[in-house]
Every structure is written in structure tokens, then in C-alpha cells.
Write a protein that binds this ligand. Sequence first.
Ligand code: NHW
Ligand code: EN5
Length: 388
Amino acid sequence: RHKFWETQPVGQFKDLGDSSLPEGPIEPPTPLSEVKQEPYNLPNLYEWITCDMESTEMCTEVYNLLSNNYVEDDDNMFRFNYSKEFLHWALRPPGHYKSWHIGVRVKSSKKLVAFITGVPARIRVRDSIVQMAEINFLCVHKKLRSKRLAPVMIKEVTRRVHLENIWQAAYTAGVVLPTPMSTCQYWHRSLNPKKLIDVGFSRLGARMTMSRTIKLYKLPESPVTPGFRKMELHDVPAVTRLLRNYLLQFLVAPDLDENDVEHWLLPKADVVDSFLVESPETHEITDFCSFYTLPSSILGHPNHSILKAAYSYYNVSTKTPLLQLMNDALIVAKQKDYDVFNALDVMQNDCFLKELKFGPGDGKLHYYLYNYRINHVLRPSELGLVLL
Ligand code: NHW
Ligand code: EN5
């Protein structure tokens, strides 16, 4: 069934439910001198490149590959359209390795035809903090599909991660592979229902008119929570404390320090937005919410080409109820002209999804660990990790 994944140190379907297997690394690290020193072989027409994401030309090539060949929904109506600024941000966190930004191009024409990336992260699993690579942006050009190029890409990124003495990884996918540590549901909150219906992202409900639908999704003009404001650089220490403490309650979550918070959560125009609640009395930072910007191309529509989507990222409530905090997040997303606000049922998101009129999507997101066994499948609410 899974000729490649059966050979890899990941949980196998046949072992599901066998709690006698020990939790933790599946195989031990090997001495660095035993890690293969040369890249894996590619079919003869192709060559490896390390992508310099500082170069705007390289950023553009990667952007073009992904915008034409990356993830689509089940009905091929929408395709993720990560912006260049987003890719630059996503691939250059503190401690990133250039060697983990891997491209494949055609030798003769130099055309970029495949891509895969890793970035380093400390992920806590129960009480253990594990150095990992977060793998993302695996993409093979549409014309080169089903030629077993993906396994070579995955083995090559694994080799380059091993060369940095890192032996575990985390990744998400819309497809089922051996074997998910958790399976999450996408939820969608319409902000611009007319456009969403026009482009086929959503449908007019039974016994609903367009004007009733527009009214249903109306939001206040501006946030309602006193002290709600955009996060600024001087907030990094307070936000780090708030978030670190909050993430402790989840079984799997990133271990974020101030440098990570500055990189991943300080607002960056059209990439990541973060807001917090500063108590008007004590000036304490009590609550936090954030979302990232990931537009999708609308495939083959006469009037619209881009769907502007916000994706819920990390949210923390200690004083403001999470429901009210997320309602304010919807309000600012609407002010900024997003068409839809998306969220997974991870962390405590369950408590606001239905009440704030999110509806379940047709997509699921499966979370995976490489070379780390967790003995039971996690509920989404036990997950404190959001990948881009
Ligand atoms: S998930 C998004 C993945 N990208 C897309 O869906 C874009 C559109 N699709 C494509 O470009 C986020 C191609 O269809 C791809 C597969 C490239 C997906 N993950 O080359 P073949 C990520 O980026 C397996 C893992 O013939 P193809 C996360 C498949 O099961 N494996 O297929 C990435 C089969 O193996 P099997 C996937 O369609 C995580 C084999 O690939 C997969 O031309 C990567 C077939 O290969 C997926 N999304 O290309 C793993 N999709 O055993 C990281 C298919 O079943 C692991 N496959 O025969 C950790 C590494 C680091 C470790 C460090 C210690
Ligand atoms: C790696 N970081 O399928 C991620 N999206 O539901 C890679 N559906 O947008 C893996 N098909 O349900 C990504 N509208 C896996 C996801 C790939 C993309 C994907 C789904 C998630 C999606 C939309 C559009 C469906 C179009 C037809 C959807 C319904 C919205 C409706 C709004 C009103 C209330 C009910 C729901």
C-alpha cells in the first residue's frame, strides 16, 4: 500500500492501538559520520539546488512554482497562493538552515520543478522538548507527478536535517499517510458571503436569501474589548510569557522563546496579524489573538481571481472570554477586507467555532511526527501546534 512510507520510521497502521510500544523516538540517532554525505540520486535530467530565499529572483521562482502547482481543494476550485513575503517569513525563522530550502530543477533549462523545505523548531511532546524540523511546501510540478519524485525529496530533506544532528520532524497534510498523530477539521467563517457564494466557496443555505445571508454574517464596525490593540515590539516579553504558559496545557506544542515570538507573532503586513488586550487599569497583557494571511487563487472564475483568507494562528485568553476575543479577531479581519476566516478545531477553538458562525469545511488536516511515536491518537483539543 505505502511502498515508501512503510520503509520510514513513522507509526505504521498495523501498530495502531498497540500501547506496548514505547513512546518516544522510533530509531536512535546514528553517528553523524554515518549520515550519507552526498545527495540522493535524481533522474538524470534533474539537479538539486539550495534555494537562497534572500534572493528576490529565487523567491519569485519558488512563488511561481507553488502558485501554479501547490495544494488545491478536493474539487480543484481553489489553490493556495502563499505570497513571496509570506514565504520569506515562513522559511527564515531564528536558527533556520539555508540547506533545508531544497529545489529541483531541469538541468538544461534551469526551470524549478520541485521544492521541499524544513525549518527548525523545539516541539514539546508531553514533558520532553524535542528538536525537530517542520517540513512544509513539498511540491512537484503537475507534469512530473506520480514518478516517485516525492520520496526522493523527502529522503534528501531528511538527510540534510540529520546533518544538523536533528532526528525528528513534524508536518501536516490533507492526505492520510502512516499514521496521523491527530486529525483536525477545517472550519470557515464567512466575512464576505456574497463573494464566497459567487465563487463557489460556499452555498446559499436552504430557505436563505442573499440578503438574509449577508445580515447573518454582519459584524460590528470595530472591536468591542476595551484595551484591544495591535501587538508591538515592546510587547514581545509579555506575549512570550502569556503564550508559553498557555501552551503548557497541550500534549504537543511549540516551545517558543522571545526570539521565536518576535519572528512568528510580531505583525508583518499581509503576512501575520497579532492583537492583544492590555488592561486599561493595570496595563497587564491578559489576552492575545493572531492570524496569518494565506490567499487562494480562484481557478477559472470570470470575475474573481483571489480569495483573501485569514487563518487562526495562536490565541490565548486569560481575562477576555475566548469567544469575545475571537469575535474581535473576526471584526478586525473584516475591517482588513478578508473574505473568510479559517480555523482548525485545535487548542480551545471548539468553544467559539459554532457560536461565532463558523461552519465545517470539506477539508481535514492530518498532523504527523517523523521518528517519534505517540501511543494514542490525540484529540485536536490536545494539540497546541499550528503549522503554516
Ligand atoms: S502537505 C502539502 C503537500 N503538497 C501538495 O499537496 C502539493 C500538490 N501535490 C504535489 O505537489 C504539506 C504532489 O502530489 C506531491 C507528491 C509532491 C505531494 N506528504 O512522487 P510521487 C507538506 O509539504 C507520498 C508526504 O509519485 P506525487 C508536508 C505518497 O504517499 N508524503 O507522488 C510534506 C507516496 O508514498 P507511498 C506524500 O503526487 C511532508 C509517494 O509520496 C504526500 O508526484 C513530507 C508518491 O510519490 C505528502 N503530502 O508527489 C514528509 N503526498 O509510501 C516529511 C504524497 O504511499 C517527513 N506522498 O507509496 C519528515 C522528513 C524530515 C525528517 C527529519 C528527521
Ligand atoms: C500544509 N500546511 O481542502 C497544509 N480546504 O475545508 C496542506 N474548503 O477551503 C494541507 N471543494 O469547505 C491542506 N467551503 C489541506 C487543505 C487543502 C485545501 C482545502 C478546504 C478546507 C476548503 C472550502 C471550499 C470548498 C470548495 C469545494 C469549504 C465551505 C464553507 C462554508 C462557509 C459557510 C459555513 C459552512 C462552510
